[in-house]
Design a binder for this molecule. Structure first.
Ligand code: ADP
Ligand code: MG
Length: 329
């Protein structure tokens, strides 16, 4: 046997032992729990280690949080909230695009999704069980109107036409972060991955020949799952009234606000939206939660690429027509 043949054999033996396995990681970000899972096949042109990929995703989520958190005084969002009431503020193209998407969904949903809900939203403190008085809600309602957010694409600026306007991206930023992380994993060569942040989950591919199973939490039994869905290459976002809330005089005050009343939306208890785009499914789950069962389901039925699972306040589960046709459910 020549040296060359021996060398080739050894090389082949080595290639055979290159590892391929699932990796997962949990971490906290954006006030919630994030989870990553991916299949790393080192022979499939993935030049990063599992640890590098985990850090890539963690860093991206933290980066978006630093820019968009309303709780961080140094975030770009906080800067906008403190200045845009009096002057046009130059913003990054990333924030501009997310504000633009938010405005599109506000229009599409007839104002059920409205980032200016925050004009009253910041007066709620669910941990301290605090809510605004009816008088301050009424005052703040004047500043809840997405038309008051004026975007200028040529100058990349945002300005509020009313000085009391505040915005918050809590209904869309986690979905956006999930989308970005999946894109980064895809660019790195990963073909099978799950990235979630709280109730927002995005999937890249399947779970190697079988679907991913994504659970929807039982809205009234913390450790239980209401339903598990087989999904591949899609995103799912759940909005529930059980994530951040307190109960006073038998009334549940929670973090999804009806922009028309300034009060928590109470027509349903859980809404999940399934579709390709994580950013949109996040915003649409909040939207349908505000709209309630009839209006919310009708709204989703007219959007060809999105499906809904709604749990009403009698805890009955309703699914959109596209899911009824899906026999695997
Ligand atoms: P979670 O943040 O628990 O994943 P959602 O995706 O439903 O849940 O988003 C709820 C968040 O959306 C709230 O915490 C708040 O930041 C924001 N929000 C609440 N009401 C509205 C609304 N009507 N329009 C847009 N955003 C909203
Ligand atoms: Mg949402």
């Amino acid at each position: 046997m020549s040296k060359r043949i021996i060398f080739t054999t050894i090389l082949l033996l080595f290639t055979d032992t290159v590892s391929a396995e699932w990796f997962s990681n949990n971490f906290k970000v954006m006030g919630t729990q994030a989870h990553i899972e991916f299949w790393l096949d080192e022979s499939a042109k993935v030049n990063s280690t599992s640890q590098q990929l985990i850090v890539l995703v963690q860093e991206e989520m933290h980066r978006i949080d630093r820019a968009m958190s309303p709780y961080k005084t140094t975030s770009e969002l906080s800067l906008v909230n403190s200045k845009a009431g009096t002057q046009a503020v130059v913003i990054t193209s990333e924030l501009f695009e997310l504000l633009n998407e938010s405005q599109k969904i506000a229009e599409l949903s007839d104002g059920a999704f409205d980032i200016t809900y925050a004009s009253v939203g910041y007066q709620y403190d669910y941990r301290k069980k605090q809510k605004p008085s009816q008088a301050s809600i009424e005052r703040a309602l004047k500043a809840i109107d997405y038309h008051a957010v004026i975007l200028d694409r040529a100058k990349s600026t945002v300005r509020f036409s009313h000085s009391d306007v505040k915005i918050d991206l809590g209904g869309i930023a986690k979905g956006y972060a999930v989308k970005r992380c999946l894109e980064l994993l895809k660019i790195a060569g990963i073909k099978h991955a799950l990235v979630s942040a709280g109730g927002d989950t995005g999937l890249l591919g399947d779970r190697r020949g079988r679907p991913w199973y994504v659970g929807i939490k039982h809205p009234r039994a913390e450790e239980k799952t209401a339903v598990k869905l087989p999904l591949s290459n899609e995103s799912i976002s759940t909005s529930g009234d059980y994530e951040r809330y307190f109960i006073e005089d038998g009334v549940r005050y929670h973090h999804i606000i009806n922009p028309k009343t300034g009060d928590s939306a109470r027509k349903v208890v859980s809404v999940s939206i399934i579709g390709k785009d994580s950013t949109y499914v996040d915003a649409l789950s909040t939207t349908v939660f505000v709209k309630g069962l009839q209006e919310g389901m009708a709204f989703i039925e007219q959007l060809p690429d999105y499906e809904a699972i709604i749990i009403d306040n009698q805890q009955t589960l309703h699914v959109s027509k596209g899911l009824q046709r899906n026999k695997s459910l």
